[in-house]
Design a protein around this ligand. Structure first.
Ligand SMILES: [Zn+2]
Length: 215
């Protein structure tokens, strides 16, 4: 009897220790995650910091994450701030616009209905765009903007580059969650899903890339 009681106390004590340890670990993670030059809405801070932790290169890059009522054809959108477009590449700053609700044709759902890991994947993809923008000159960014608006081939290249940056930064699992959400779960129209299939990396291509990066 006493033995069982002792065992129980031991297990209980271990559990308390693990809980205490993991909570101090979390606190430490938050403290050591140095997020400089970022403006982050609190309601989505957890997802943004998770995505940012995969991009140490963007540690000092000024990025403002901002909710917007509606974004045409998209849920999130990364873009350079126009005022700094011709600045030195290092001093350029960026926006990531996030739509409060996602409206495609007659379907609409709010950001609170989107699972956390899907949001992390989506933000990771946008940060992939910023990685791509960082390498471009101001003139090239303007060409890029025009190309994006006028050419499907251009969009495809840009979207696949963003996905590839995210996967090569260890975000394969999140990017897959995002694809899965769009292609299998969300009540999105066939037109939108076909657009995603055509322009972005497919789940199969992502898995292949994850495997390649392992070697
Ligand atoms: Zn994109």
């Amino acid at each position: 009897m006493l033995n069982i009681k002792a065992k129980f106390l031991f297990v209980l004590f271990s559990v308390i220790q693990i809980v205490a340890f993991s909570s101090t670990l979390n606190m430490k993670d938050i403290d050591t995650l140095k997020i400089t030059n970022k403006i982050i809405p609190e309601s989505i801070a957890k997802e943004i910091t998770t995505a940012l932790s995969h991009y140490p290169e963007l540690k000092d890059t000024p990025i403002e994450f901002r909710f917007k009522e509606k974004i045409k054809k998209s849920f999130m959108q990364a873009q350079p701030k126009f005022s700094g477009i011709f600045k030195n590449k290092k001093n350029r700053s960026y926006f990531v616009m996030i739509s409060e609700s996602f409206n495609i044709e007659n379907e609409s759902f709010s950001i609170s209905e989107v699972p956390s890991e899907v949001l992390v994947g989506w933000i990771g993809h946008e940060l992939g765009h910023i990685m791509d923008y960082q390498e471009r000159s101001g003139f090239n960014l303007i060409q890029f903007g025009i190309g994006y608006l006028t050419s499907h081939r251009f969009i495809k290249e840009a979207e696949r580059a963003a996905d590839t940056f995210a996967v090569s930064h260890g975000m394969g699992k999140y990017i897959l969650a995002t694809k899965d959400f769009i292609l299998n779960h969300a009540h999105l129209s066939k037109v939108y899903k076909d657009r995603i299939r055509k322009l972005y990396l497919s789940p199969e291509e992502i898995l292949l890339l994850v495997e390649e990066l392992k070697d």
